[in-house]
Design a protein. Structure first.
Length: 264
């Protein structure tokens, strides 16, 4: 059965078993609002119960970005330390819901895929990118915040501890060739048109296969990658998000200047 459920900033449609999620803020490089995170989680929960959905394809609108992380303006609302804890718990919950979704998930990546956007891509089962894809977590250069232990664990399981530290410490964005060489991309195609074709081909192939086999494989891999959850990282989150450096990074980013880090 075909169905479409729309929202301005995140659009979902399902046709012939293939659910397509489009991050629809091209004017902001598809940066995520909190509402978009919740909408993504809700779609994954819908796929868990709606067996007409066989696979989900995630992509960004426009030709500039998959998703450029969380919209920085969301952080301006932080007033008390608990806001930082709640934010990271929200991200962990949404990405865990995506990662544990019953159906296979495919990230179709073009252009910038950074911060929370890269976290979303890492939580997907398969990742296909164009040659123009740029992937990374530049938080040490931009805001001075941190990833939760759950996200560090997810990335470490995917590309290894040394590469996670390299990406975070250097704050660099890697190109498609390097991303493929370390396992962040499973396949690289020439351009956006080729990406759309290939993502559709892979989605149709996967959707044709035995659902229980796919789901059992997802669950088995998940059980092998048990990560710390709960309160194990709250001290680290508070160290970063309640610091003078985080406020400095936020102000510098919004005012398009270089931050002056003090380690405080």
């Amino acid at each position: 059965m075909d169905r479409a459920v729309g929202a301005d900033d995140l659009v979902f449609e399902c046709n012939e078993g293939i659910g397509r999620i489009t991050f629809n803020r091209p004017q902001a490089r598809n940066a995520f609002t909190f509402a978009m995170y919740e909408r993504l989680a809700a779609i994954c929960e819908q796929a868990n119960s709606d067996h007409a959905i066989k696979v989900l394809v995630l992509r960004g609108a426009g030709d500039k970005a998959f998703a450029a992380g969380t919209d920085i303006n969301q952080f301006r609302e932080f007033k008390v330390p608990q806001d930082a804890i709640d934010y990271e718990k929200r991200i962990d919950r949404v990405l865990t819901t995506l990662e544990q979704c019953r159906v296979p998930t495919i990230a179709a990546i073009n252009g910038f895929c950074t911060g929370g956007g890269a976290g979303i891509a890492a939580a997907c089962d398969l990742r296909i990118g164009t040659r123009s894809a740029q992937i990374g977590f530049p938080i040490a250069r931009t805001l001075g915040n941190c990833l939760s232990m759950s996200n560090v664990g997810r990335l470490t399981a995917l590309i290894g501890a040394a590469r996670v530290k390299d990406l975070i410490f250097t704050a660099r964005l890697i190109d498609a060739a390097e991303a493929a060489s370390i396992g962040l991309l499973g396949e690289v195609v020439e351009d956006l048109a080729a990406l759309e074709r290939r993502a559709d081909e892979v989605a149709r192939l996967v959707a044709s296969h035995a659902p229980l086999t796919l789901n059992a494989t997802k669950q088995a891999v998940g059980r092998l990658q048990q990560r710390l959850t709960g309160d194990e990282d709250e001290d680290l989150i508070l160290m970063c998000y309640t610091s003078q450096d985080f406020r400095e990074g936020l102000d510098a980013f919004l005012n398009k200047r270089a931050p002056q880090w003090r380690g405080q």
